[in-house]
Every structure is written in structure tokens, then in C-alpha cells.
Ligand binder design. Sequence first.
Ligand SMILES: [Zn+2]
Length: 269
Amino acid sequence: MSILDNRAALKAEIYRVAEVAGYLWMKGWAERNGGNITVNITEWADEPMRSLPAISGTIAIGITLPHLKDCWFYCKGTQRRMRDLARDPMGNGSIIRITPDCAHYEIIADSPVAPTSELPSHLAVHDYLLAKNSPYRASLHTHPIELVALTHSKKWMEKDAATHMLWSMIPETKAFCPRGLGMVPYMLPSSVELADVTIKAIGDDYDVVMWEKHGVFAVDTDIMSAFDQVDVLNKAAQIYISSRNMGFEPDGMTDVQMKELTDVFGLPK
Ligand SMILES: [Zn+2]
């Protein structure tokens, strides 16, 4: 028995997470247990689901998140591999609900897989998104090789330096990652400080935020869209690197060409 039985829409959403987890592994972005995914699945929590008993105790989040009252999430399990989650999402992740006090959660299904240690920071981002009425329901953290490599240079950590370069590599980058790439200086993984500056960067109008010498954090309406934004940006980084490997600095599209894209497609930046 699985909570996904007879819940086709919820099952499809969870299997989209599994599909993305497989892509992360295939791309070499998810070594060992690297990366995290959380998805707000509250819209699929029907009445029978809401009356299900918890299969764990009540666990403190560590912070109070007032907009998450009675929200439901699918979370990758702690110490679990993306490549395993791709095969078996409910064996390597779990569905949790936030308690009415907004400070605790309970695991509901399918087995008591403890959520990622990054849960407080992921939930803080979801709380922020709900607070500003964002339609975004999915958050993704992964280690895309070429984008992480860029952050080892101070030049690309300057605000919007990488955004401008990546947008100029191929028109689709600006069209499909129209808010660009926010940059966050190195901070200890899982720290409250890192969560705070990530939320601030999302608030500055980025969907994808780069953590220096670590990885990306991306948000979007669903997990496939969050993955697509990272994939598009990393492709642009690969094109830049390919040009450099051919022995030259790529010209990039001109400012006029990029402005034309913004105007014709009605892009936000
Ligand atoms: Zn990481």
C-alpha cells in the first residue's frame, strides 16, 4: 500500500520528482547523497489523506514558519541518493505535513524516511514563497559542475556578471531563465545564514541562486521547471567553457541582440 494508490495526480507529481532525480544523477550533478528536493504538495492533500495518522512522532523544525500551517510536502530523505530516489521515490523520500503550530512536522507516508537535513532551510524558502503569494511550489538544490566551476572566480561572483555572460551564449538562456543567476558568497552548508541570504536573493527576483563553491538552489512552479532553469544555465556555461577550450574568449550576443530578445518576448529583465 502506498499513499499514491488511487491518487493519480499526486503520483504523477512524485514521479516527476523521480524523473528529475534521475536526470541529476545522469548529468553528474548528484554524487553520493548530494542535492535536495522538496515539493509543496498541499493542493493534492484530499480529505481522506488529511485524516491519515502520522507514522512518526512530532518533530520540531527548529523554526516557526507561519505560512506553512497544515501544508504538505514531499521531501528527499536524509543521506539518500538521487539515483535511488529515481527508482523508488517513496522509499527514498517521504510525505510530511506541518502541524497547526507551524513549528513541527509529522511523517505521514509511505515509510518513516527522515527528511533531508536541509529541511528547515527548504521549508523557510517555501514559507517565504507562500507569504508573497508566489505560484512556486518546488525547490531544488544540486551541484551542476560547470556552474559551480564558475564560482571559483571572483570575476563571476560579481553581481550579474555570470548572468550576463550566460544569457549571451545562446538566446534560449535569457528566454527560459529570464531572471538570471543570483550569487551568494560561500557559507556553511545547512546554516541559517545561508538560508537567509538565499531567501534574500530570491526576493531580489532570482529563481536560481548560486552558492559559491557549492551548488545551485532553484525554485519554480514544479520540479521539472526548476530543473529546466538550472539545465539551461549550465548548458550556457558549457558553451562558454567549450569556446575557452577552443582557445578563444567567446564574443557573446551583443547588448542590442539581448535587448531585442527582452522586448520581443516581454522578458522581466
Ligand atoms: Zn550541496
